[in-house]
Write a protein that binds this ligand. Structure first.
Ligand code: URP
Ligand code: ZN
Ligand code: ZN
Length: 461
């Protein structure tokens, strides 16, 4: 099958031009002006932007309480064609087996392409030794949690340093969830002892200093190990500044923020009764000055990518979040994979905060480079034909009834949206059209990541 997309405005991370894209099978074969080729199908994209399919480098499906890969169709309609999920490790399960188990949940189920980050949850010598073998199973990124002390997620500095020492030998990119666990425990107990149980205390118990301290410590550990670092879900201005400072000194220190840290504030946690629980995720939503700082950081390149941290908790609000009796036992996480393009475009591009090129970089090109997927996130000859034909004139509103994430609420309910993916192609096949999934469930493929991703650029040892 071949496809010719004609007369669109092709947007890449570095340029924009009117032209045609010719796709043969699953691959982009030609890009140019007025291409003279025969194709089985021709699509006229006049007045439309042609964007690379999104790469969401931060999602949770079938773990961390998130709903299973059946609901990955939400990604497709939202213009994201590749999701990168975290493979949790159970005690005594080898790291590589944990990845294979998580992949088995996605294969023949996910409707978009998928890849994985490893997660160490059983820190010990045999597991650290496995880190160098991660690229053999197509994994080139590894997350450790500095928060959640007292649970299997938590890793101390010794574990982080041990993992970093192994990661750099194999070109694996280290990721950390940077929040100081002790600050959180002590402040949580403090507020609960005062009867302060409402969701907004989730923010007060996890103040910016908890993120700033852990981010600074992670950077120090990365420097000690001489290991590139990618800090996930950065939300606090001071944490971002620590990353910027280390990076500007020449250290390979990078970070991502997420769509909710660009669009929602602590006020959402303060909604009446217990509704703020819908917005409980970690790090927490921050006051407006932090939101402004996140926009500044993505515009200037101080943060490298924007993920969704999609975690559509099984049970949603009524069946999961509302069951919490106070802020500390509400399960963490919010959906967002379907909304990432819409929010970045409407509140970033349309307001003039970021250019269309920067949008492409944050939404697709850089996430693919960070995780090590050279065939994704770019409109270039030889790349996978993951393509969004984007109608910039469409206007609408985000609502849960149009969401395919499979739970009972939408954190961005009522947000006005400018533009939408008119057609979304996954490796040359049409999978979504005007907000409707039209592909076949389970056609997503496991994408094997290569080591020495973007965080190793200019830093080969
Ligand atoms: O609250 C969040 N972010 N839940 C998902 C797990 C994580 O820390 O990324
Ligand atoms: Zn995290
Ligand atoms: Zn996450």
């Amino acid at each position: 099958m071949s496809l010719l997309i004609k007369n669109g405005t092709i947007v890449t991370a570095t340029s924009e031009f009117t032209g045609d894209l010719y796709i043969e099978g699953e691959t982009i074969r030609q890009i140019g002006f007025n291409l003279k080729v025969d194709a089985d199908r021709i699509v006229d994209a006049t007045g439309r932007y042609i964007l690379p399919g999104g790469v969401d480098e931060h999602v949770h499906y079938g773990s961390f309480g998130g709903r299973l890969f059946e609901t990955a169709e939400a990604a497709a309609v939202g213009g994201t064609t590749t999701i990168v999920d975290f493979a949790p490790q159970e005690k005594d399960v080898p790291l590589l087996d944990a990845i294979r188990r998580q992949a088995a949940k996605a294969e023949h189920i996910s409707s978009v392409d998928f890849a994985f980050h490893a997660v160490i949850m059983d820190p010990k010598e045999s597991v650290f030794e496995e880190v160098r073998h991660l690229p053999e199973v197509g994994v080139a990124t590894l997350k450790l949690f500095m928060a959640y002390k007292g649970t299997s997620f938590y890793c101390d500095d010794e574990a982080i340093l041990n993992a970093m020492m192994r990661a750099k030998e194999a070109g694996v990119t280290m990721m950390v969830h940077a929040e100081n666990a002790d600050i959180i425990t002590i402040l949580t107990n403090h507020y609960l002892s005062q009867g302060k149980t409402a969701p907004v205390y989730h923010y007060h118990a996890r103040p910016p200093i908890a993120e700033e301290e852990a981010t600074g410590r992670a950077i120090a550990l990365a420097k000690a190990a001489d290991c590139p670092l990618f800090v996930v879900h950065v939300s606090a201005k001071e944490a971002m500044e620590a990353i910027r400072e280390a990076h500007s000194q020449g250290w390979p220190i990078f970070g991502e923020t997420c769509t909710h840290y660009l669009t929602l504030t602590t006020d959402y946690l303060d909604k009446p009764v217990f509704e703020g629980a819908k917005y409980i995720c970690s790090p927490p939503l921050r006051p407006q000055e932090h939101v402004d700082a996140m926009w500044h950081a993505v515009r200037e390149g101080w943060l490298t990518a924007v993920g969704s941290d999609h975690c559509a908790l099984d049970g949603g609000y009524e069946g999961a979040k509302k069951k919490g009796t106070n802020f500390s036992n509400v399960p963490n996480g919010c959906p967002g994979v379907q909304d990432r393009l819409a929010l970045l475009w409407t509140y970033g591009v349309c307001t003039g905060k970021i250019t269309r090129q920067k949008f492409v970089e944050l939404f697709a090109t850089n996430p693919a480079k960070v995780v090590g997927l050279p065939g994704k996130g770019e409109l270039r000859v030889g790349a996978d034909a993951d393509i969004v034909i984007f109608d910039p004139d469409w206007k609408g509103v985000i609502t849960n009834k149009d969401s395919l994430h499979g739970i009972d609420y939408e954190p961005f309910e009522g947000f006005e949206i400018q533009g939408r993916p008119e057609q979304v192609y996954l490796r040359g096949r049409l999978v979504a059209q005007k907000g409707v999934f039209v592909g076949e469930r389970g056609k997503g493929q496991w994408q094997k990541c290569r080591p020495y991703g973007l965080c190793y650029d200019y830093y080969h040892k």
